[in-house]
Design a protein around this ligand. Structure first.
Ligand code: NAD
Length: 496
């Protein structure tokens, strides 16, 4: 069985920890690889490589760092398809979706190519007589990233592009379920001129994550994953005095007002609910049908569902692939049962889809209507192709529902009324809002992050907030006086 290992100090390193895990092709259900699980000592080896590389990388000029980032961008661009194919092979998402993931990740590398501009400080000449004040942002040192299974290429790019552009050195711990895209990216970065030790990958599980959190050399941690793990990582890293941003789970609502273009709304609900088999943190999982729109909207969604082509992601005809593991598929399916038991109407049951008889981890698309906030299928993050419809009478009820929800990652409104949309963006408690856009993932020059239990920490990821997260500010107050003006003054410094 082919093994997937670490990338430390510029080369691939096999683990001697003796601990490993299986990697599957979810479309066939067959194990294709074994992935090494790093021991704490192996994690420390990666951290040490990053620590040793830091002083030189930090001192590398901005123009040279930008030049290397342009080469990184070119190398990743030239291998888009390979990165996407590895993603499809281990995650299961269809190839076109994986290509989209790589493209969205590359936006962050493109943003980071502008690092000389992004790190510009400010300068106040003559802040006091003969005194100038200026600010700068400097890197933190060794920083770590821990990424989830659902975006094995894009989320690492969210993190490492800005982190290394700012002059930090990086240790990535990808998901053990689809570890290969990170390893390929590490090799490409190295070929593009990123010095040894600046970007390292350690494969593994909780043991590796705990070792990163315990290492005094790691100054900041970026995490993306489920809410319980995000909360615990945030607490542990905080206690250890590290800077931490932990992006977590979601339950994204899409409000459809009675004046919305129904076909557009139904297309959006199907695309955003079932794309990537619902395994996106920005997937729409709840459609909130306001007033009279309910029956027509449910019928329009239902009409579209049989047309979703489910299959192996390598088949260009497939639009939706399998789920990540058989356990996850069964967990997702259990919400159809619990929804039914708790009073929801099962309009379409994905378990009855013939695709479920294939050997991979497939589940058909499901639609639950008349879902209420007490039901498990509403309360939990399902993270699968199960769309719930909650019916409410008014706009106010719709906003109340969203604002009461414990998560606040993304949300969307479908309407033709600009005033209603504007009011929604003002009222709604979520970090990312779409207006007639179901998956409002911000472009790379804005920042990504949710509210409430969708993000632990203060800083959103990538874009300008990413630059802030990966740097600390310094302000210099400077005097180059004419020696003739110097005198002793014991008073507290004040401007003159
Ligand atoms: P996960 O929390 O199981 O794993 C995420 C990472 O943490 C992986 O690298 C994993 O190895 C590690 N990990 C798992 N358990 C751990 C533990 N007990 N201690 C330390 N580390 C641990 O998440 P997942 O299943 O890979 O990803 C899906 C989840 O991620 C969903 O909840 C989804 O909403 C969320 N997600 C959020 C965003 C966002 O931006 N808010 C983006 C993508 C995914």
């Amino acid at each position: 069985m082919e093994r997937i290992s670490h990338f430390i100090g510029g080369r691939t390193v096999s683990s001697i920890s003796g601990r490993r895990g299986p990697v599957y092709n979810p479309a066939t259900g067959v194990q294709t690889h074994e992935v090494d699980f790093a021991s704490p000592q192996e994690v420390q080896a990666a951290v040490s490589a990053a620590r040793e590389a830091f002083p030189t990388w930090r001192a590398t000029s901005l123009s040279r760092r930008a030049e290397i980032l342009f080469s990184v961008r070119a190398a990743l661009d030239a291998h888009r398809r390979e990165i996407a194919e590895l993603t499809t092979a281990q995650h299961g998402k269809v190839l076109s979706d994986a290509m989209g993931e790589v493209a969205r990740g590359l936006e962050n590398v493109e943003f980071a190519c502008g690092i000389p501009h992004l790190l510009k400080g400010s300068y106040s000449e003559q802040a006091s007589t003969g005194i100038d004040v200026y600010s700068m942002r400097q890197p933190l040192g060794v920083v770590a990233g821990i990424s989830p299974f659902n975006f094995p290429a894009m989320v690492p790019m969210w993190m490492f592009a800005n982190a290394i552009a700012c002059g930090n050195t990086f240790v990535l711990k990808p998901s053990e379920k689809d570890p290969s895209p990170s390893l390929l990216m590490a090799q490409l970065l190295s070929e593009a001129g990123v010095p040894d030790g600046v970007f390292n990958v350690v494969q593994g599980d909780k043991v590796a994550v705990d070792a990163l959190l315990a290492s005094e050399d790691v100054k900041a941690v970026s995490f993306v994953g489920s809410t319980p793990v995000a909360r615990s990582i945030h607490e542990t890293a905080n206690r250890a005095g590290k800077r931490v941003q932990a992006l977590a789970g979601a339950k994204n609502h899409m409000v459809v007002l009675p004046d919305a273009d129904l076909d557009m709304a139904a297309d959006a609900a199907v695309s955003a609910g079932y794309g990537s088999a619902g395994e996106r943190c920005m997937a729409i999982s709840v459609v909130v049908a306001v007033g009279s729109v309910g029956d027509d909207l449910v019928a329009a969604i239902k009409r579209r569902m049989p047309k979703v082509r489910i299959g192996d992601g390598r088949d260009p005809l497939s639009e939706m692939g399998p789920l990540i593991t058989s356990e996850h598929r069964d967990r997702v399916a259990s919400y159809i049962d619990s929804g039914h038991r708790q009073g929801a109407q099962v309009v379409v049951d994905g378990r009855a889809d013939p695709v479920t008889s294939r050997p991979g981890f497939f589940l058909g698309v499901s639609l639950l209507d008349h879902v209420t906030p007490e039901m498990d299928c509403y309360r939990d993050e399902i993270f699968g192709p199960v769309l719930s419809v909650v019916r409410v009478e008014t706009y106010e009820e719709a906003v109340h529902l969203i604002n009461e929800n414990r998560w606040g990652n993304g949300t969307a409104i479908f309407t033709r009324d600009g005033g209603a949309a504007r009011r929604f963006q003002f009222d709604v408690e979520a970090g990312m809002v779409g207006i007639n856009v179901p998956i409002p993932v911000p472009v790379g020059y804005y920042s990504f992050g949710g509210w409430k239990q969708s993000l632990f920490g203060d800083t959103h990821m990538y874009g300008p907030e990413g630059i802030n997260f990966y740097t600390r500010g310094k302000v210099v107050t400077s005097r180059w006086p004419d020696p003739a003006t110097s005198s002793v003054d014991l008073g507290f410094p004040r401007t003159r």
